[in-house]
Design a protein around this ligand. Structure first.
Ligand SMILES: C[S@@+](CC[C@H](N)C(=O)[O-])C[C@H]1O[C@@H](n2cnc3c(N)ncnc32)[C@H](O)[C@@H]1O
Length: 534
């Protein structure tokens, strides 16, 4: 948490709690506290309501929002929910002298559907690893607000949608939530609901420096909503500092008269199907011409999922131990650290094999020797056949059918995309996505041309428009993020330009395999493409 920040009275209640409770307890209840400057900013949106009387905080914590609101309007009636008995008791003690504040020890999703409020302000719980019964919560939402939601919808989005349904006429809401939903698949239905409800007025995307705020906030956004007929537009803003937020206070204080009109979109201009990053960030693709969908040239697919890696993965020693014949072992890259360079050759594979790395998968379909049958029996004794994926296969030990992909792409990274030319023709687990060129558009010899393009900074820049961001700079690309991204239309290049590109590419390949990657050759390839596509 923000230990480097100067202590202030409002925040010392949270500081004290952080110092006296375990990180484990806070993680269990997703307890992450809103910095006072942000709480104050969000409170101001509610306080600008012409007749604010009742306020709800659905994830009360220690009541930072209530304190921010009461400092300006002491007669407000505030209700809060929190499901953690420990923080609830502490919050009760903090607000014991205020009869206008009512805090309930309850799960917000299951309670209070019947009430409406003039203001709702919230920093909802955000659980990263689905350790919350989303299914039951999603069902409650779908029944109560007549909407369809994706099964992966995070709890914070459910809090938001429920709160929208609890706004009085002219009511206002301020939510701070991870910005992930703006650019994720499950976010599409959440965005549809936000458009349909016509309550969204501002999205402020936070890009503060990591050392200013906690990781969880570096990729957060503030949503300001109003249940009135005053506006049909949503304004997107980027917040790089507290000073930016103070400038925006002026904009929101004159609502519905926007004095800047910057980055405003009418509800009917917003497309819930696309990543909303394009509404608040300049797109790298705009710097180029003649772009086509990546899926015109190739298809990205996730790697093989075994459902029980420790069981299905083999190295040479393990294969000897269980006497598994060579033809029942599928050569497969199981961890990305085993691939060190942009080119993966049969020599690299042989080296991994000799150092006894885990580079095989049990491919029982290829043989039915007695030793394989023994190993399968062992698997059943260990209940491997009852796993989530294995139980859905018939037979349970059958591998997913995926031909080796000629190109791999790193799934998670901090430094931009990582492409690898799989010259060895080896299969891959989900640590990489496989890229399968579409033969009609790309004759096999031209896989190298496609890979030459993928190595360039231009390709990485354009793909970056379609990334998902997690805390701490981590980026992720699902196969469809790649498929839906744009790329330069390589077929427009004249044959001599293609040949020049390939010449630089093969020189680069050699330099990499000689362990002296020559980045100048990549720059040369960038230059060739820039000349033809800008
Ligand atoms: C992210 S913290 C925010 C706390 C405080 N409002 C703030 O902004 O500093 C979320 C709070 O919601 C509580 N919480 C978690 N799940 C909840 C649920 N299902 N219903 C109500 N409160 C919940 C947690 O105990 C935690 O205090």
């Amino acid at each position: 948490m923000q230990t480097e920040r100067p202590p202030n009275a409002a925040h010392s209640i949270e500081e004290n709690y952080l110092n006296t409770t375990s990180a484990q307890h806070r993680k269990k209840f997703a307890q992450f506290f809103t910095p006072p400057e942000i709480a104050d900013f969000m409170a101001k949106w509610l306080l600008a309501h012409p007749n604010l009387k009742t306020v709800l905080d659905p994830a009360y914590g220690l009541g930072i929002f209530a304190r921010a609101l009461l400092a300006h309007k002491p007669d407000l009636k505030i209700k809060g929910f929190d499901c953690d008995p420990l923080i609830f008791a502490k919050a009760k003690a903090v607000f014991s002298n205020n009869n206008n504040v009512e805090i309930q020890l309850n799960d917000y999703i299951n309670h209070d559907w019947e009430n409406k409020y003039d203001g709702i302000i919230c920093n909802p719980p955000y659980f990263k690893f689905h350790n919350y019964d989303n299914k039951a919560a999603i069902q409650q939402l779908e029944e109560n607000i007549a909407c369809k939601l994706n099964g992966a919808t995070n709890l914070y989005a459910l809090f938001l949608l429920k709160s929208i349904s609890q706004l009085n006429k002219n009511g206002r809401a301020a939510y701070i939530i991870p910005s992930e939903f703006l650019n994720s698949d499950y976010g599409k239905l959440v965005k549809s609901y936000l458009i349909k409800s016509k309550t969204l007025r501002h999205i402020l995307v936070i890009h503060f420096d990591e050392n200013v705020f906690d990781d969880a906030l570096t990729t957060a956004c503030i949503l300001l909503l109003a249940n009135d007929d005053q506006s049909e537009v949503v304004q997107f803003s980027n917040l790089k500092s507290i000073a930016d937020m103070q400038c925006l206070e002026k904009v929101i204080s004159v609502y519905p008269n926007d004095i800047t009109k910057k980055n405003c979109f009418n509800f009917n201009e917003l497309n819930p199907e696309i990543k909303w990053r394009s509404y608040y960030q300049k797109q790298n693709a705009d710097n180029y011409q003649n772009l086509v969908p990546f899926s015109n040239y190739a298809k990205a697919m996730r790697g093989i999922a075994t459902g029980a890696n420790h069981y299905f993965i083999f190295n040479q020693s393990k294969s000897k131990q269980f006497a598994i014949p060579e033809q029942a072992l599928l050569p497969c890259i199981c961890k990305s650290a085993d691939v060190k360079q942009a080119f993966f050759t049969t020599q690299h594979f042989a080296a991994l094999k000799n150092s006894d790395n885990n580079i095989f998968l049990l491919n029982s379909a290829n043989s039915d020797s007695a030793s394989i049958n023994d190993y399968l029996t062992l698997g059943e004794q260990q209940a491997i056949n009852k796993g989530f994926l294995t139980a859905r296969r018939n037979p349970w030990h059958l591998l997913e059918k995926r031909p080796p992909a000629p190109i791999w792409i790193g799934v998670f990274n901090r430094t931009g995309l990582r492409f690898i030319r799989n010259e060895a023709g080896i299969s891959n687990l989900t640590t990489f996505h496989g890229i399968y060129p579409i033969a009609a558009n790309l004759i096999p010899e031209n896989i190298d041309l496609l890979f030459a393009y993928l190595l360039t900074d231009i390709a990485k820049d354009i793909f970056a428009d379609n990334r998902r961001e997690y805390g701490n700079g981590l980026q992720k690309f699902e196969p469809n993020d790649i498929n839906n991204a744009q790329m330069l239309d390589l077929k427009l290049l004249k044959i001599n330009v293609k040949n020049e590109l390939l010449k630089q590419y093969y020189l680069y390949r050699n330099s990499v395999l000689e362990n002296q990657p020559n980045q100048n050759l990549i720059i040369e390839m960038n230059n060739i493409l820039t000349t033809h596509f800008t």
